[in-house]
Ligand binder design. Structure first.
Ligand SMILES: [Zn+2]
Ligand SMILES: [Zn+2]
Length: 551
């Protein structure tokens, strides 16, 4: 009997972000992606990662990590994990280049890198893995074909079926159907992000001419265009539009500068030195003949566009002669900050163009029609939808069923689920932690309790009450002290705090008279008296900090 294969989903199922799965045979593990989720309501947290405890503890033998492509939801967890682990990382040269820069900036020792070319096969841990090209909103995305003792497992990576990709590198669906016919595909794991959108996505190469039109419409104005720094095909099309409309190009923002250099070095981005302006030239050059490509299309706080929008960019001052283009769609959760940046730029006189107004962006994730085509080509025996919010996973399940797949062949999984694939099929065999591992910018872990405290402080403020009790004289040594921040308006503070003090005195006088000198009990009484008053008068729930000293 062949060994069973076990897949544990550490993240990415039921959320967009922190994609990470462990594929295991006889205790030998290959990690598939290691991403982060961007914090959305977690003050002081810079990155939310999968809980790696299960992976690092026990007798797991992690032998390698395959990275499908260099988006943060697939690579963002690597610096943290690779402080505890050093195994070869497999990926395309562009993916590895971005990971290398990331590890260096976090001062993490570099593990061995194995650069993978399209359609190559490598022995990775206990598996033979074949890597197929996919089109996506970054360069060098790879689908992985895992040959396992239980047949072929196909992981789609984030993908779309772009018939006319900018670099001519097509998603290799032909090879998928070839493998399906010759070997059969036992299990498909596929991207669900756009499962609920009907039809097919717009080709990336259709965006280029639209950008060029915008450039022509804005002749005589300086153009500032924001996009993702890893979206090399978009950057290529922007550069082409600039060249065609006789503009010079300036690249701003550290990640944009780094990724453009990497892509040029790898031959993924064709950009001649003649059209590039350096920082000094950018200041001198007639501004209506300039196109600036930069970061900040998601209103990231320290990115170039965000700095420009508040007049703090050292090289670019926004004025009435500027057109600012957002060539990206807002990532859910970022909308409010993006609108704030739009408004700030508009106040400075800039003309704003975004994907809600004009079609200057297309998704990197296949829609329902493209997902169906992958199911047709792979014709899998079994299916687990991955990479998506729960509703996306359900939408993808429907697509699988729509072509006659039996419900029993689809396994609905979420973060933390561990599944077993053997001769009898696929089944859920257990659960591991799906807790958030939250870390700050230094990579230091932030506990759930600390985040809860920060949320409470940020939302409601705090009240501190300090009392000193003289045990011998059986009375309060002095009038209690109280202070607050964030609870009531500054001008009302004294009045409210006076009343808090009176309430606390009342309660303590009675308790002390009855001979109560237990610090814990007295602290509880101060907290209760304060809380009751706060609730009654203001209905708020500030953090209460009672301090009781007994002399
Ligand atoms: Zn992606
Ligand atoms: Zn992704």
């Amino acid at each position: 009997m062949n060994s069973s294969v076990h897949i544990t989903f550490l993240g990415g199922l039921g959320e967009i972000g922190r994609n990470c799965a462990a594929i295991e045979v006889d205790g030998r593990v290959v990690l598939l992606d290691c991403g982060q989720l961007f914090p959305y309501k977690h003050p002081g947290v810079d990155s939310i990662l999968p809980d790696f405890k299960w992976l690092l503890e026990g007798d797991k033998n992690v032998e390698a990590c395959i990275v499908s492509h260099p988006h943060e939801d697939h690579i963002g967890g690597i610096p943290h994990l690779f402080r505890h682990l050093s195994v070869p990382i497999y990926g395309s040269p562009f993916t590895l280049g971005m990971i290398k820069a990331k590890l260096e900036s976090h001062e993490v020792e570099l593990p061995p890198f194995v650069a993978v070319k399209d359609n190559e096969t490598h022995a990775v841990g206990p598996f033979e893995c074949e890597f197929l090209p996919v089109t996506h909103s970054t360069s060098g995305g790879l689908m992985t074909v895992f040959r396992t003792p239980q047949g072929v497992i196909l992981h789609s990576s984030d993908f779309k079926l772009d018939p006319t990709p900018v670099d001519g590198r097509l998603t290799d669906l032909n090879r998928v159907s070839d493998i399906s016919k010759k070997e059969g595909i036992r299990l498909l794991l596929a991207d669900s992000t756009n499962a609920e959108s009907e039809g097919v996505s717009l080709s990336e190469s259709e965006i280029g001419p639209l950008i060029e039109d915008v450039f022509l419409d804005n002749e005589g104005r300086r153009i500032i265009i924001g996009t993702f720094s890893s979206h090399i095909h978009r950057i290529q099309q922007i550069a082409d539009a600039a060249t065609k409309t006789d503009r010079k190009l300036a690249i701003l923002g550290p990640s944009m500068i780094r990724n453009v250099a990497l892509a040029r070095e790898l031959g993924l981005l064709k950009l001649s030195d003649e059209i590039l302006l350096n920082e000094k030239e950018l200041k001198k050059f007639r501004s209506n003949k300039v196109c600036i490509i930069c970061t900040g299309s998601q209103a990231e706080p320290r990115a170039a566009i965000s700095m420009m929008s508040v007049g703090k960019h050292p090289l670019v001052e926004i004025g009435e002669n500027d057109t600012v283009i957002f060539s990206s769609a807002p990532i859910p959760g970022n909308e409010a900050s993006i609108f704030r940046v739009h408004n700030n730029l508009a106040r400075l006189g800039a003309h704003i163009i975004h994907s809600g107004k004009l079609k200057i962006h297309t998704t990197g994730h296949g829609k329902a029609g493209e997902l169906l085509a992958l199911h047709e080509a792979s014709n899998p025996e079994l299916f687990i939808p991955v990479h998506g919010e729960y509703t996306h996973l359900l939408g993808h399940e429907k697509i699988a069923l729509s072509r006659g797949m039996d419900q029993s062949k689809v396994l609905r999984c979420v973060d933390g689920d561990s599944v077993r694939l053997d001769e009898h099929g696929l089944r859920l065999e257990g659960r591991v932690s799906d807790e958030y591992l939250m870390v700050d910018v230094r990579g230091v872990e932030v506990s759930k309790d600390l985040v809860k405290e920060r949320v409470s402080l940020g939302g409601e403020g705090f009240i501190l009450v300090r009392v000193v009790i003289d045990k011998n004289k059986r009375k309060l040594l002095e009038r209690p002290f109280a202070t607050t921040l964030g609870w009531v308006e500054i001008e009302d503070k004294d009045e409210y705090l006076n009343e808090v003090i009176q309430e606390v005195e009342k309660v303590l006088d009675v308790a002390i008279a009855e001979g109560e000198f237990d610090q814990k009990e007295l602290t509880r009484l101060v907290r209760r008296a304060t809380g009751k008053f706060v609730d009654l008068t203001t209905g708020r729930r500030p953090m209460l900090v009672p301090l009781v000293e007994i002399n």
